[in-house]
Each structure stands twice: as C-alpha cells, then as structure tokens.
Design a protein around this ligand. Structure first.
Ligand SMILES: NC(=O)c1ccc[n+]([C@@H]2O[C@H](COP(=O)([O-])OP(=O)(O)OC[C@H]3O[C@@H](n4cnc5c(N)ncnc54)[C@H](OP(=O)(O)O)[C@@H]3O)[C@@H](O)[C@H]2O)c1
Length: 220
C-alpha cells in the first residue's frame, strides 16, 4: 500500500520500520525535515529489499497518491492536520494513533463518552475512511516487532469495515497481529487502554517495552 506518515518522531519512525519491512511504499512528512530524511537514509535505498521511501515537503502534496494517511503526531497536532487537510482526505483511509494525555500525563484530556479519534473524525469529510490503530503499541516494541517473542497486537477501530480490513492487512504486512475491535466508539476503550499502558510503565518498571496481548481460544 502507499502510505503517508505525518509526524515522524518515535512512533512515525517505528511504524515506518514495520511497514517498510512489509514492502509498502512510504512517504514521510514532519515539520522538522531532518527527521524524515534520517528515516529515509536508515530504511531506504536501492539495495535488494530496500524500501521505497519518499519525503514530502507538505502533507497536501503527498495525499493524492496515498491510499493510507497516518496521523502520527500528538492529538492536538493530528486534529490540526485533519482540519487543515479536510476535503483532501475524501476517500482516503486515515489512521489516528494518538493518546490524548494531559500535560501531567496523569489523565486524558477528552471527555468521558468521547475520544480523540471521534473528535478528529468529526472534522473530516464523510467520505474519509477513518480508523484508530497503533495507540496501544509503544514505539520501542514496534521497532522490535515483538515482546517476549510474541508478535504485537494492534487494535483497530472504525466505522468502515472495509477500511478496518485494509488496515488489518497493512498491520499484518509489518509482521504484527491485527485485532479488529469494531466501530469507532471502541476508540474510547482503546485510548483508555493506551493510557493504562503508559501509567503502568513507571509502576512495573517495564521501560515502555511491554505490550497488550489478547489471548485467543484454540480453534477446535
Ligand atoms: N511514543 C509511543 O510509544 C506511543 C505509543 C502509542 C501512541 N503514541 C501516540 O503517537 C503520537 C506520536 O507520539 P511520538 O512519541 O512519536 O511523539 P514525537 O516523538 O514527539 O513525534 C511526533 C512528531 O510529529 C511532529 N509534528 C508536530 N506537529 C506536526 C505537524 N503539524 N505536522 C507534522 N509533524 C508534526 C513533531 O515535531 P516536533 O517535535 O517539532 O513538535 C514530532 O517530530 C502521539 O499522539 C502519542 O500519543 C505514542
């Protein structure tokens, strides 16, 4: 798939590593141009197996040729980018990965009964195919692709079933396990789970290298 990643900090780089390994075509944008350049030189190239990675000077220039747009900055920045791109995202799969933490990192800024994902979705045209994913996987674990030998679970929520299935295929292309959790309202629980995961790091001393895993019954 052709994937545009907007925001190439810890998570943008980590997602790029997984998706490049899956043979996807990546375009990277960040307000700090040095970050996508560093990732492109880390992952790109013409050697066999080298990923095809482009750098965009603006998000708008890269949206038309992208199947998937990943909003990989803070909640506030993702909201701003979604508002700015607006109608340009019509027909595109748009993924929000944010955990809307407050400044003290001790609570969420969203109201109970809402979520960052639903707030961002409300700014987009009806035809944008909006999905929440990757908010419960820490950047370091995405770079590793696993925790304790187990592939990471990536939880996916969204009201467009075809978009959820496409994102699941994208996730699997990167060697990760996709868990479809249903409609976009489930983003409320995913953001709470992401927040709990963050809080637990100090408590458990796991250094942002733990992961959430859904254990499945054996198929009979
Ligand atoms: N880190 C994790 O393990 C983790 C796990 C799950 C979910 N998340 C979520 O993932 C998101 C990114 O986290 P992160 O740790 O990767 O943060 P980060 O390292 O700060 O990366 C965000 C990047 O986006 C850039 N940026 C800011 N505004 C932008 C804009 N308008 N357009 C393009 N780029 C912009 C930032 O630049 P500046 O630094 O110059 O502002 C920075 O390079 C957050 O919403 C977070 O809640 C993080």
């Amino acid at each position: 798939m052709r994937v545009l990643i907007i925001g190439t900090g810890n998570m943008g780089r980590a997602i790029a590593i997984r998706l490049a390994g899956g043979g996807n075509e990546l375009t990277l944008f960040d307000i700090d141009a040095a970050k996508p350049e560093a990732i492109a030189s880390e992952l790109g190239g013409t050697r066999p197996g080298g990923a095809r990675i482009a750098i965009a000077e603006t998000p708008s220039e890269a949206v038309p040729a992208s199947d998937v747009v990943i909003l990989a900055s803070s909640y506030a920045a993702n909201l701003e980018v979604a508002r700015m791109l607006g109608a340009e995202l019509e027909g595109k799969i748009v993924i929000d990965i944010s955990n809307p933490l407050n400044e003290r990192f001790d609570d969420l800024v969203t109201d109970p009964g809402s979520s960052a994902a639903e707030t961002i979705r409300a700014t987009l045209p009806k035809g944008a195919r909006f999905v929440k994913a990757f908010n419960t996987t820490f950047a370091g674990t995405l770079v590793a692709g696993q925790v304790a030998g187990q592939p990471l679970d990536v939880f996916i929520a969204g009201d467009d079933g075809d978009a959820r299935r496409s994102v699941a295929a994208l996730v699997r292309s990167g060697g990760l396990n996709a868990v479809d959790v249903g409609g976009l309202q489930r983003a409320r629980q995913l953001e709470a789970l992401g927040f709990l995961g963050i809080i637990l790091q100090g408590h458990l001393g796991t250094g942002f290298m733990s992961g959430w895993k859904l254990l499945m019954p054996e198929q009979g």
